[in-house]
Every structure is written in structure tokens, then in C-alpha cells.
Design a protein around this ligand. Structure first.
Ligand SMILES: *Cc1c(COP(=O)(O)O)cnc(C)c1O
Length: 376
């Protein structure tokens, strides 16, 4: 096979700082035309010039130059070996749990995204896999829960929606000692604030829908892997399930990534200001903030207050999701965590008075004023 691919050679830009890497991606410009905006290769298939000749691209379910640019950019930003861009965070997670065989056991954060819980309980449990949910801060309980058939440790940090923070280097040490695959969902902080690969993760997973894209305009998922063996697994998953991210959506995430550093910095500044002000509000108790980033959750004094806030916000939008330019307020009980079993929700504190706020990049005074008028 003669390979005359212009897209083979790319630079991992090791000499650049993170804030420059997000702007310049992997190839950055199109190697043929010099187009500064990486082109959207809206094609299903690729012409071969002759028998045994390929540009390295055959069919867009398998590889597409725009998706590849996003994947390589994410591998660079997360400091992994390779990355894969899927049609959603859920599709990415389906690939992660696709590593399991019947009889395998997985340990997960107790306070985890509802959709991840649903994949485990409604799909992989039926295939004979077992799941145990625990507080990742309790390392003794974690060690005690490890069984001979435990294969994977799946951690979200900070957790959704209670913002519990896990010690990734310590968890990685436990995973290594017991030969477990260590998977980290890095959706809430993004590689701007946290690079799990540098702390021992084998796999990093993202809902690219959130901070990576950052504009509430696309659904996407990313998996970053540390070994060739894992890369081969995800390549097979994408090829077989046919859930690779399309060229236009890949381009939107690439476009969003260029401002990741600027946005994260502002989400963080705004998050700190809003958390500080809401913490002392008379109708708010138990405010959770990890001390970094733009995600806050809290309990209000009554269900009536919840209804008043959700109907009364004007600039802040009552909507599911997080990590975008617009501030969003979410009701986890009926939205993001509807699939979490009632007893788990109860134990965690996801009750009918509980709200989650994704602090956007607007003027923080406008966010606070809007919430205060809705709470009044
Ligand atoms: C949203 C989310 C997901 C699922 O991602 P989708 O892109 O909505 O499929 C997974 N994990 C976390 C932490 C999330 O917030």
C-alpha cells in the first residue's frame, strides 16, 4: 500500500504551553491548502488513485481528517497516546464499558453522572457485569471492595452533582497495585485544570458537549488512552458501532477548544464569586463548590423556592447540561440524576430541594443578581 497522506505528520508541540496548544491543535492549519481554519471534510468516502494506493483515509466511519485533528488535539491536551471522538459522552462511555467481559466487576464513584449509572445498571448488568458504587475518598472501603474479578476503577472528580474531590494519584496507586484499569471522567474540570493521565489514569473520558466544546451547541464525547492496546479497542468499537463524531461537529469542538483556556479561567473566576455570594444567602444551605471551576450545587429552603427559582430566572437558563458560555440551572432530581436509584440519591443528598448551577462566562454580577431576584 502506497501511502501519500499529507495528514500523517503532526507535531505534538511539546515546546508550547497549554494555552498555545489549545489554539494550535495538532496539525493546526490544513497541510495542503494552508487553510488556517482546519477544513470540514464533509465526505463519506475517499478516492483511491489506483490499486494499493490510499491517502490514509478510506471511509469516514473509520477515519476522517477533521475528526482526526480533534482526536490528536485531545491526545495532546490530555497528554495521552491517542484519542477518539464519539457522537456523545454516553457513546464514549459505552466504549469504556465495552472493555468488560461477562463476570467482570467495576468500582465506581457513588456520586456519578446519571447516564453513566444507567449504562451500568440497565445495559452491562444484563450482560453479567457487576458494579459497586462507593465514596472514593474512603480508600480503606475501596480496598475492601476489590474482588478477584474486579477489572476497572471508574472515577468522576469533582463528582456530579455533589462536587466531591478524589485524590487521583492515590487512587491510581490502588488501581496499579490490584491491576485495575483506571478510568477518569474529566468532564467537570477539563485538561485546563486537571490532567488525569499525568496522575496515572489509563483512560480519560469526557462529555465533549460540556467545557471542551463550551458553547452549548454540540453533543460529543472524547476518550483518551495511554496504550496502543487500549487504542485498538476503541478503534474497533468506533468502527463496529459506527459512532464516530461527524466532521461538522468535530470542527465545532475544535473551534470551541481554541478558547478553552480563556473560558475556563473565566468560569473559574465567576464560579468563585458566585459560590462566595450564594453561600451566605438566607434561602441557601449546603452549598457545594470544589474550590475550582464553574460548577456549584446547593440546597434551598423549600420545594416552593425551587419552583420559584426555576420559573423566575431570566438570564440564567433553566436547562440540562453544563460547561457552556451561558449559565444554566438544573434540577438533578428530574433531569441529570433521574436514573440514579432513589436510595442512592437520598444518601447523597440529591433531594427535591437540590439545584445545580453551571456558572457561565457572563458578568458575574448579572448572574448573582438574577439568582437573587429569583430566590427572593
Ligand atoms: C454530560 C455528562 C456525560 C454524558 O455526556 P453526553 O455528551 O451528554 O452524552 C458523562 N459524564 C458527565 C460527567 C457528564 O456531565
Amino acid at each position: 500500500m502506497v501511502n501519500d497522506c499529507y495528514y500523517d505528520e503532526y507535531d505534538r508541540k511539546e515546546n508550547l504551553h497549554f494555552d498555545s496548544k489549545v489554539v494550535h491543535g495538532a496539525l493546526g492549519c490544513d497541510p495542503i491548502t494552508g487553510s488556517v481554519s482546519f477544513p470540514i471534510f464533509q465526505t463519506a468516502t475517499f478516492r483511491h488513485r489506483g490499486f494499493g494506493v490510499s491517502t490514509g483515509f478510506d471511509y469516514s466511519r473509520l477515519q476522517n481528517p477533521t475528526r482526526q485533528e480533534l482526536e490528536r488535539t485531545m491526545a495532546i491536551l490530555e497528554e495521552g497516546l491517542e484519542a477518539f471522538a464519539f457522537t456523545s459522552g454516553q457513546a464514549a462511555n459505552m466504549g469504556v464499558f465495552g472493555l468488560l467481559a461477562p463476570g467482570d466487576h467495576v468500582l465506581l464513584s457513588d456520586d456519578i453522572y446519571g447516564g453513566t449509572y444507567r449504562i451500568c445498571s440497565d445495559i452491562f448488568s444484563r450482560l453479567g457485569c457487576e458494579f459497586t458504587y462507593l465514596d472514593m475518598a474512603d480508600l480503606e472501603a475501596l480496598e475492601a471492595a476489590i474482588r478477584p474479578n474486579t477489572k476497572m476503577l471508574f472515577v468522576e472528580t469533582p463528582t456530579n452533582p455533589m462536587m466531591k474531590v478524589a485524590d487521583l494519584p492515590k487512587l491510581s496507586e490502588v488501581a496499579k497495585r490490584h491491576g485495575l484499569l483506571f478510568v477518569v471522567d474529566n468532564t467537570f474540570l477539563s485538561p485546563y485544570f486537571q490532567k488525569p493521565m499525568t496522575m496515572g489514569a489509563d483512560i480519560v473520558v469526557h462529555s465533549g458537549t460540556k467545557y471542551l466544546c463550551g458553547h452549548n451547541d454540540v453533543i460529543a464525547g472524547i476518550v483518551v488512552v495511554s496504550t496502543k492496546e487500549l487504542a485498538d479497542h476503541f478503534r474497533l468499537q468506533m468502527k463496529s458501532r459506527g459512532n464516530g463524531l461527524g466532521p461538522f461537529d468535530s470542527w465545532l469542538v475544535l473551534r470551541g477548544l481554541k478558547t478553552l483556556s480563556l473560558r475556563m479561567e473565566r468560569h473559574d473566576q465567576n464560579g468563585k464569586k458566585v459560590a462566595e455570594r450564594l453561600k451566605t444567602h438566607p434561602r441557601i444551605s449546603k452549598l457545594n463548590y470544589a474550590g475550582v471551576g464553574g460548577m456549584i450545587s446547593f440546597e434551598v429552603d423549600s420545594v416552593e423556592t425551587v419552583h420559584r427559582v426555576l420559573s423566575g430566572v431570566k438570564m440564567v437558563l433553566f436547562a440540562e447540561s453544563l460547561g457552556g458560555t451561558e449559565s444554566l440551572i438544573t434540577y438533578p432530581l428530574t433531569q441529570t440524576h433521574e436514573s440514579t436509584p432513589a436510595d442512592v440519591r437520598e444518601k447523597l443528598g440529591i433531594n427535591e430541594r437540590f439545584l445545580r448551577l453551571s456558572v457561565g462566562i457572563e458578568d458575574p454580577e448579572d448572574i448573582i443578581a438574577d439568582l437573587e431576584q429569583a430566590l427572593a
